[in-house]
Design a protein around this ligand. Structure first.
Ligand SMILES: [Zn+2]
Ligand SMILES: [Zn+2]
Ligand SMILES: [Zn+2]
Length: 283
């Protein structure tokens, strides 16, 4: 049996298991809902799933005619989705507690992954999903872009933004807060100067949740769909942007894996980007 929870702890859930699949999904809906370049889902029979607390705090967004995505209304963390047609529950592995016992087995919807972000392991890749799973194709929204700018948007489309130029920093963070906030193996965030960032619409749709015992850790998210959205760090002249939500190649690539010392057991890093147990040394 496994338990999981959102970042703020209001919503908790339990899954009897056993988990029968673990897949890395690169589809644009998952990228936006989690703000991560891909999302690892742990799949188990639906009858073994139950909410333990906070069920009335679970928001849903119908991302396709076939299903709704769930998130905590207080902190924005993505939560499990029951796919009733398939009688399974898909849990975002990043907010499971403990080891689900499986390791990622496949990459799906590789055809809609973020351009330029290559896969470095040898697992099988599917452009969409394996046909026998019966998953619908992912709707492709037309990308609104301006010459010289990289656009990004949330899953429901109410919030949109763009950045210009290269970020000062782009990193994959594997810390336990990022994992629960994003429901993914790690959060990929890019940091731009404030003058490189511009809201296109929906800025007022953002809610945010600060972890009470953290100095800074705050998750900003769209209150309609739960997607992580950019956050302005005025004190540092930086806009922190969730990389998975970009609608085009931002040009830059992550320069480091940080807080690898607290990564999940199932999170297997296979690329050659430098790794740091916590933060990289200053300099
Ligand atoms: Zn929460
Ligand atoms: Zn997906
Ligand atoms: Zn939204």
């Amino acid at each position: 049996m496994s338990t999981g929870s959102c970042l703020c702890g209001t919503v908790r859930y339990e899954i009897d298991g056993p988990f029968n699949a673990m897949v890395n999904c690169h589809c644009s809906m998952c990228r936006k809902e989690h703000g991560s370049v891909f999302v690892t889902w742990a799949v188990a029979p639906a009858e073994g799933f139950r909410w333990l607390s906070g069920e009335d705090n679970v928001g849903t967004f119908a991302s396709s005619p076939n299903g709704a995505r769930s998130f905590c209304r207080t902190c924005g963390s993505p939560l499990p989705t029951v796919m009733s047609g398939m009688a399974v529950v898909a849990a975002p592995a990043g907010n499971l507690e403990g080891d689900p016992g499986l390791r990622p087995q496949t990459h799906i919807f590789v055809g809609s992954r973020l351009p330029g972000f290559e896969i470095s392991d040898d697992l099988p890749q599917f452009a969409e999903a394996p046909p026998e799973w019966g998953l619908p194709d992912v709707p492709r929204r037309p990308v609104e872009s301006r010459e010289g700018a990289t656009p990004g948007s949330c899953l429901c489309g109410a919030m949109a933004w763009e950045v210009e130029g290269a970020p000062a920093l782009m990193m994959n963070c594997h810390c336990s807060r990022c994992r629960r906030a994003r429901g993914a193996a790690f959060a990929t965030n890019a940091f731009y100067r404030l003058d490189q960032f511009r809201w296109l619409r929906g800025e007022a749709m953002a809610d945010s949740y600060k972890v009470p015992d953290a100095q800074y850790f705050t998750q900003s998210f769209c209150r309609e769909c739960g997607s992580p959205v950019p956050r302005m760090l005025e004190k540092f002249n930086r806009a922190m942007v969730p990389v998975g939500a970009f609608d085009a190649d931002p040009g830059a690539r992550p320069g480091a894996h940080i807080f690898v010392g607290s990564k999940a057991d199932w999170d297997l890093i296979t690329d050659d980007i430098p790794q740091f147990q916590e933060m990289p040394p200053r300099g």
